[in-house]
Every structure is written in C-alpha cells, then in structure tokens.
Design a protein around this ligand. Structure first.
Ligand code: NCD
Length: 498
C-alpha cells in the first residue's frame, strides 16, 4: 500500500521501514522550518488544498500543531474546535457531519472524537484521507509519531533501550498507540507503572506478548525511575472515568517528582504528551526547566511530523519510498468444514429425543451457550419446536457440551456464520428423513458482521446502540475462540459479543 491516499487511523498500519521513512522526512522538514527554507516544506503551495479539522473534544497541541503543519505546507484549514455552535448540538450524526466536508471537496479530515473507533469509521466512510487526532480512549497515532521522533532525537536510536510508561495506561490513548509502535522495534524493554485500576488493557498487552516484548510492571513509582532511559508520563484521564474514586486513588500515587528525577540515569529523558492537570500534577511543578525534561521539545515536534503525514497522504512527497510497505491482512472467508457423514442406526441411549424427520442438531456447543444460540436464531419468536441442554458427552463422560435441536429448520449462511461466531468448533448436523444428510464443522470466521444481536462490550465504542451513530459492529478473529472489535480493538471471547 502506498502512502498516497492513506488514512492514519491507528499505528498498526505502518511497517518499521515506513516509520523510519516518516521520521527521516520529519527531521528534514524540522531543519527546513528552523532555517525558513520555505521551498523545502511549502509542498502544497500551488495545489489549493484544504484540511478540515473536526475537533469534538478539547485540544491545544494536537489541533494547533496540525493547523500549523497544514499552513506551513501551504494548505488552508477549516472546521471546528468544539461542537458548540455546530449542528452536532442539533443531534447530527458523525456520518452526516463527515459527509459535508467531503461535499465541500476538502482534501483531508483531521478528527478528534470521544468515541472509540470513530476514526476507523470515518476513514471507511470517506474517500479522502482521515487523520486520527485521538478517538476516545482508543488510539492517538499522530502523537506516537512525534513521540518516536523525540525518542530518536534524544537517544539517537529506536531499539535497545529501557522505556518506562506511566500514569493512565487504561484510558490513555497516547500510551496505547505508543506501546504498539514500540513493539515493532527490537529489544525494547518496557517498564509500566500505573495504579492497578489503570493498567494497560488486555488487547494491548496481548500484542506485546505476541511480539515478544519484555514487559515489567511496577506498583512503586520510585522503584522504576532509575531503571529506564526514557520515561513517558501521562495524565490521569479523569473525563473518561465512570467513577471518580478511580481518579482520586490513582492521583495519590502518580506524581513524578524531582526526587525521582534525581535517581534517573545519565542521559535520561522525561516525556509527556501534555497537558499536565494542575489539580493532579503528573509531573511536579519545577521540573519543566530541567535538562532532562523533553516535553516542550516533544510538543514542538508535532509540527514537522504532522506536516510529513499530511504531505505523504496527499501525494506531495514520498514517491521515492522503497522499503517494505504495510499491507492489510488477507481474509480467509471459509469457516465451514464439511465432514464425512457416517450412516449409523438411530441411537436409543440418548437423553434428548432425536429430530423426528427434518431439522438441525447443533452439537459440541460450548457448555451453557445453547441459550445464546436460541436467542440469536430467534427460536422462540418463530415458535420452533426445539430441545436444548448442556449434557455429558456419552463417549467422554468427563466432557460437558451444549446441544440444540430444532425441528423443521434449515440455516442460511449468515445464521451459520453467527453460530460459528458464538461457539467455534461446534458441529451442525442437517437431518433429512430422520438421517444425517450433512455434517458441518464450524470455525470462527475471520470477519463477523451482519448479526443483529451482536454488540461490542466496550461502552465507549462507536458501534454501541446508545450512541445512535448507526455503525454496525464488525468483529475480527483474534485466536481460536477470541475476537476483537474492528473499530475499537476491544478483545472478547466469541460468546462475549452476545
Ligand atoms: C493527549 C490526548 O488528547 O490524548 N493530549 C495530546 O494530544 N497531546 C493526552 C491527554 O489529554 O492527557
């Protein structure tokens, strides 16, 4: 996939080569801006390009640095920095607001929105590049690019170092994108500090484990400080917490103090995406002017990195890139294995009465999930005749399995997909004239969509019905019986989505 037209919704979709390419270009741009070599960075001077900045949440740095990047590039900007005064206040959906900026022939959308997964939705919905300036508690990939830039600027490398990340690892989107990005480089030793309530969510931890990143977690902040080359502190995300006692507990132990700074390694760098909440300072006042405090320079790096991101997606630079490009993973659509049917005499030793003539038997269902299948297949609403139970397997009495038998019923492909999603590994026996006519073994599909009862358990996800954004959930396989939400990356068991 080339850079031209590319969305920047999450940090997954860059190879290491692409990340280095962006950072190298940003270093050139930074030098050019400092020297005011205008022709080296005003790459859109004769293109009449307009960037729409749609900020549904507060922002100082991200919005301003994107705007300055666009202006220096030679673009003009439009949009809003708060929903106050917009039709969002009249109840307009995200979809309809986005449509307008495309209708006005804007060339790029830069969006910050409170719902997790809103950036992916926007990117899929629009034909112009979308830049995620923060979607809920999910990701903040353009922040990560400036973070990587700053780390490399300070240490001279992006591999083989000790990286501490602290503060709010649960709701902090900057930490989420950063850990994913760091997992692409070699020999990074991650040291995580947070209140136990604010630990890194499982989906991100799983990616780190899969990629073999060494992760150590601490419950004592002072113990971590001397062990890292860079410490990335974050603000406790009070506004995202359903319960403010969580904030009070975390605040009490999350301040990075001058005493801690004095125990850090030589060459140590203290980073922070900012802002610092003065009522709960994540870094003690007085540290700002210290030579180890990098966060002002870090914020400044938002302009050259974002300028390059815009320029690449708009085709103003980057045609010479020759490294490994990111490719979206291929999807294997098959989820049904047809098993051989062995004709056997009717069993009389079974505890559930068999299908009389025609119907289906779903067997080897994960125990106690028959009820989920009954709801999903609308068995009661249709007044189907059925029998369901969690039973002991006759052949292996130690094994317990669920079974569901429905008289006079056949399944559509969508229904089979839904059954496979609820209980991967189950078997569907199609009974005709009292005999098994087909035996299907179902695997978890790669992509699960179009099932009305399916919900993402993350209450902040754009697909949740209460947000009224009419975005249908899509789940992606993440292991033999696990799935993740395509939009917000929430990880769940396959049964957890019903
Ligand atoms: C962060 C954000 O919005 O996620 N700010 C930023 O973009 N620099 C961090 C925060 O708000 O705490």
């Amino acid at each position: 996939m080339t850079f031209l037209g590319r969305d920047l919704t999450d940090i997954h979709c860059f190879t290491k080569d692409e990340l280095f390419f962006i950072l190298d270009k940003a270093a050139d741009i930074k030098r050019a801006i400092e020297a005011r070599q205008i022709s080296d960075y005003r790459l859109a001077a004769d293109r009449d390009l307009i960037a729409a900045l749609l900020f549904y949440e507060n922002s100082t740095r991200t919005r301003t640095s994107f705007e300055i990047a666009a202006l220096r590039l030679g673009m003009r900007t439009t949009g809003f920095s708060s929903t106050e005064g917009t039709s969002v206040k009249k109840g307009e959906s995200l979809r309809h607001t986005l449509d307008m900026y495309e209708a006005y022939d804007c060339d790029a959308v830069i969006m910050r929105h409170p719902l997790d997964g809103s950036a992916r939705f926007a990117a899929d919905h629009l034909g112009i590049p979308v830049f995620n300036a923060g979607d809920g508690k999910h990701e903040h990939p353009t922040q990560t690019l400036l973070d990587l830039f700053t780390i490399r600027e300070h240490l001279g490398r992006l591999d083989d170092f000790d990286m501490g990340i602290g503060g709010d690892l649960k709701y902090g989107r900057t930490a989420h994108s950063l850990v994913i990005a760091l997992s692409k480089f070699s020999n990074i030793r991650l040291h995580l500090f947070s209140h136990q309530d604010l630990a890194l969510p499982e989906a991100f931890m799983q990616t780190l484990v899969e990629r073999g990143v060494s992760v150590e977690t601490y419950d004592d902040f002072a113990e971590m400080a001397p062990k890292v080359d860079i410490f990335y502190q974050t603000r406790i995300q009070k506004e995202r917490m359903p319960d403010l006692s969580e904030f009070e507990r975390a605040k009490a132990i999350s301040e990075f103090t001058m005493k801690m700074l004095n125990t850090t390694r030589q060459g140590f760098g203290l980073m922070h995406p900012l802002p610092i909440d003065k009522s709960a300072p994540s870094i003690s006042p007085g540290i700002d002017a210290h030579e180890k405090a990098l966060y002002k320079r870090q914020a400044g790096n938002g302009v050259p990195t974002r300028l390059v991101e815009l320029a690449l997606s708009l085709g103003l630079t980057g045609a010479e890139f020759a490294g490994e490009s990111w490719e979206p993973p291929r999807q294997d659509e098959a989820f049904i294995d047809e098993l051989d049917v062995v004709i056997k005499p009717r069993r009389t030793d079974v505890s559930i009465r068999p299908i009389r003539e025609n119907g289906v038997v779903i067997d080897h269902v994960q125990p106690f999930l028959e009820e989920v299948l009954i709801r999903l297949l609308g068995v009661r609403e249709r007044r189907d005749i059925y029998r369901a139970a969690t039973v002991k397997s006759i052949r292996r009495p130690g094994n317990v399995k669920g079974m569901l038998m429905i008289e006079d019923r056949e399944f559509t492909e969508d229904e089979l997909r839904a059954i496979a999603a609820v209980s991967p590994g189950c078997r569907v026996n199609i009974i005709r004239n009292g005999q098994v006519a087909r035996k299907l073994q179902l695997r978890l599909p790669e992509r699960i969509t179009g099932i009305p009862q399916m919900t993402c358990p993350n209450k902040g996800c754009i697909t949740r019905i209460e947000h009224e954004e009419s975005v249908r959930p899509i789940m992606i396989r993440a292991g033999s019986d696990r799935v993740r939400c395509y939009y917000c990356d929430q990880l769940m068991t396959s049964a957890g989505m019903f």
